[in-house]
Design a protein around this ligand. Structure first.
Ligand code: PMT
Length: 401
């Protein structure tokens, strides 16, 4: 989504400016071409040279020092999208009123590209009626607002006003580039630690062959990406390719044993675990160092069970909220049974024999089961939409009343 896209990164003067360097790096890693524009006060918090080293171009800092006649219109017209992070109360006020008294605001006014704004300021300033009015104005003008979060602020204070993490800004940018209507992004998973498994494990038969399955990782990736875009801190343990732009911490594994070790060593630290991976139930024993040869005759391959990752979590004394998946064919009765027997909070059943459902598709048709056997069937939806509804459902479940 971001590969090859031209992103203008605007930085205004707040302590969260240090995170703009990390954001720039995330964008460059995702393949975007990034050019930065900063206010004078941003320079008090972040060196222009840092942004230059990350983006490959010296940031625009002023109207007058530039070789270009009109740096703000050049940048504004060049952009596929612009993001301002951090956006101070003053920057938001100037944007809302069109007060173009610095090169950052002038660039924002000179662009027709989608604009994403990540506010960062003290709680009192964020909650001030003027700031809230200005934010409403920006939303009405089609600006995407991401954050702020509640958390530690400059000077030892705590409260709403903390800039969201770069991963959430990347997700908002992707949404804006995809043409989504402007909205205040709800960061209802902020503060949550989440673990997701994805992909199909591969169990070696010999050094070149394996027992595997057709899981692409799309379902797990969508769940992980949705959580990150809603402010969660996400670990994705995957046997497939992770989501592009990767706003999540990725742990790549191959076998069921590796997935079990990676999951069990991290799961005590999370609030929610969602196991969407298709984990092999059996693996060959005694895998040798050399390739099995046709000339040696038909091999006899002994198998043994793999560790049951879900069962290991379900048995924990203080386990996280636990969501399992069940890939079934023909009927979802097995999924209903697993929901009541496996010690999960929710179980997502999908009939992988149905068209458009299950393995390697962009869509999925799922039924959600509770541990008491109640069910809720959803229509055929895109996997990102299944992920969005699943997180809504989990939050509903976790919020009493
Ligand atoms: O990756 P995609 O191509 O997008 O496809 C998505 C999917 C079809 C893989 C996904 O929607 C799905 O159904 N995942 C679970 C597949 C599966 O292995 O189901 P199961 O019924 O065999 O396992 C039940 C649960 O136990 C699953 O949460 C599984 O992750 C877990 N399990 C299974 C075996 C094992 N040894 N350890 C486990 O933890």
């Amino acid at each position: 989504m971001l590969a090859g896209r031209r992103i203008v990164l605007g930085v205004s003067g707040g302590v969260a400016a240090y995170k703009a360097a990390y954001l720039a790096r995330r964008l460059v890693e995702a393949g975007a071409v990034v050019r930065a524009v900063m206010t004078q006060s941003a320079g008090q918090f972040l060196g222009a040279q840092t942004l230059a080293a990350i983006t490959g171009e010296h940031p625009v800092e002023d109207f007058w020092d530039e070789v270009e006649v009109s740096p703000h219109t050049d940048l504004g017209q060049w952009a596929d999208a612009m993001v301002i992070a951090p956006a101070t109360a003053a920057t938001i006020a100037k944007l809302a009123t069109g007060l173009s008294d610095n090169v950052l605001i002038a660039t924002a006014l000179a662009t027709e590209a989608p604009l994403v704004v990540a506010p960062a300021m003290h709680t009192e300033m964020w909650e001030n009626a003027a700031t809230q009015r200005n934010v409403e104005t920006l939303l009405a003008d089609g600006v995407m607002i991401v954050g702020p979060l509640s958390g530690a602020l400059a000077g030892g204070d705590t409260g709403p006003g903390r800039m969201v993490e770069p991963e959430a800004i990347v997700a908002a940018l992707e949404e804006a580039l995809a043409g989504a209507p402007a909205r205040a992004r709800v960061l209802d998973l902020a503060g949550y630690k989440v673990l997701v498994t994805a992909g199909g494990t591969r169990e070696p038969i010999d050094p070149v062959r394996f027992i595997g399955n057709r899981s692409s990782g799309k379902m797990g990736n969508a769940i992980a990406a949705e959580a990150a875009s809603r402010g969660a801190q996400v670990t994705l343990i995957t046997a497939a390719a992770p989501p592009s732009g990767s706003a999540v911490d990725v742990v790549s594994v191959e076998t069921a044993q590796q997935m079990a070790d990676a999951t069990w060593s991290r799961v005590a630290d999370v609030d929610v675990a969602i196991l969407a991976a298709a984990v092999a139930d059996f693996r060959p024993t005694g895998v040798g160092d050399s390739k099995l040869r046709r000339g040696d005759g038909l091999p006899v391959i002994d198998i043994e069970p793999t560790p049951d990752i879900l069962a290991g979590i379900a048995a924990m004394e203080n386990r996280p909220y636990l969501v399992g998946f069940a890939a079934e064919t023909g009927s979802l009765e097995g999924a209903r049974r697993k929901a009541t027997e496996k010690g999960v909070d929710l179980l997502v059943g999908n009939d992988v024999s149905r068209a458009g459902s299950g393995f390697a598709t962009d869509t999925n048709e799922v039924t959600i089961y509770t541990s008491s056997g109640e069910s809720d069937s959803w229509p055929l939806l895109s996997k990102p939409e299944v992920a969005r509804r699943l997180w809504d459902r989990i939050l509903e479940d976790r919020t009493p009343g």
